[in-house]
Ligand binder design. Structure first.
Ligand code: KMH
Ligand code: ZN
Length: 310
């Protein structure tokens, strides 16, 4: 029997959903994002999924300039693959969301494979006071928030980024998003190997039951066969339970404070590196090995760290 493939750990260090009030450990400034990303890479993350924030308020900032101060530093300090979000925040237009990836031409950019209700308002119940006024509006507004990723939007991201040799982390929040990816593959607009990031546990997307994870994998296997690499992220408290199931099924995993601010039940993660270390221990505890950044490049057919625009 062939040796199992190595496991790619992606770390998404800050995102655009959690807010400064929720954790003092959430990286906000460019210095904090750079340090968090470098720490995650040192702990074993092969891919770093990056968003930027306003350094004063912590509000998501999707200007290309906001990414500049940390991209160069991460590149200098690590060999990790840099993945720039095109999801930005679900409150932004696709044009705004695509600007950083278009300018900096990373090896990987995220690409969200369908529209969905994106409800994070249940978090409101946990916090009485907020550090910044925007945080309450951000949570409250998600009662009526459609994260828009129409076919035209997806084509726009593909057209803007493909010519730069950027490949994609296809974020699939539900089974239908796999079918949308298959549609683009049928039209020849995306080329294998596809890096499918299955997202579990967001209100508006698929749940976190083991059957949900099985169904996602079975469907992806049927649609893409050997033409894809499967990665999972579990939102919030389910992060490591989903990761454990997926690794045992041959998958890759994404951790990081973007998706969960927790390290264990009721205990905040003190850093992204802490979650990556836990993920690494999980992989190695199951008798598997983590992929280095160069091994991840090989598995995903990436252009290489020297071919980016930063
Ligand atoms: N926070 C993830 C569930 C993106 O950046 O493109 C969604 C995400 C979107 O990572
Ligand atoms: Zn993201």
């Amino acid at each position: 029997m062939a040796a199992p493939e190595k496991v790619i750990i992606t770390c998404a260090v800050t995102g655009a959903i959690h807010t400064p009030t929720m954790s003092d450990h959430l990286p906000i400034t460019a210095d904090e994002i750079a340090a968090a990303a470098i720490g995650a890479a040192e702990a074993g993350a092969a891919i770093l999924h990056l968003h930027a924030r306003d350094p004063e308020t912590g509000k998501p900032d999707q200007s290309a300039e906001a990414f500049e101060p940390f991209l160069g530093r991460i590149k200098q300090a690590t060999n990790a693959v840099v993945n720039i979000t095109t999801g930005g925040s679900p409150y932004m237009t696709v044009d705004e969301r695509t600007k950083p990836a278009a300018k900096w031409q990373p090896e990987v950019a995220s690409l969200n494979m369908g529209s969905m209700n994106f409800g994070f308002f249940p978090l409101l119940a946990k916090y009485k006071e907020f550090k910044h006024e925007w945080e309450r509006e951000h949570l409250e507004g998600s009662r009526d928030l459609v994260f828009r990723n129409s076919f035209k939007d997806i084509e726009y991201v593909l057209e803007t980024c493909y010519g730069n040799g950027t490949r994609f982390e296809f974020e699939c929040y539900d089974i239908s998003h796999l079918y949308n990816l298959a549609h683009f593959a049928d039209r020849g607009l995306v080329k294998p190997p596809f890096f499918v990031q299955s997202v579990f546990g967001l209100l508006g997307g698929i749940g976190t039951h083991p059957e949900d994870v099985m169904h996602m994998k079975r469907t992806a296997d049927r649609l893409f066969g050997k033409d894809y690499r499967w990665s999972v992220l579990g939102a919030g408290k389910d992060q490591f339970r989903i990761a454990t199931q997926a690794v045992s099924m041959g998958g890759n995993i994404r951790v990081g404070l973007e998706d969960s601010i927790w390290i264990s039940r009721g205990k905040l993660a003190e850093s992204n590196a802490q979650q990556v270390t836990k993920a690494r221990n999980l992989v190695e505890g199951l008798g598997l090995e983590i992929a280095t950044p160069d091994e991840a490049r090989e598995m995903l057919s990436l252009k290489g760290g020297d071919a980016v625009g930063f």
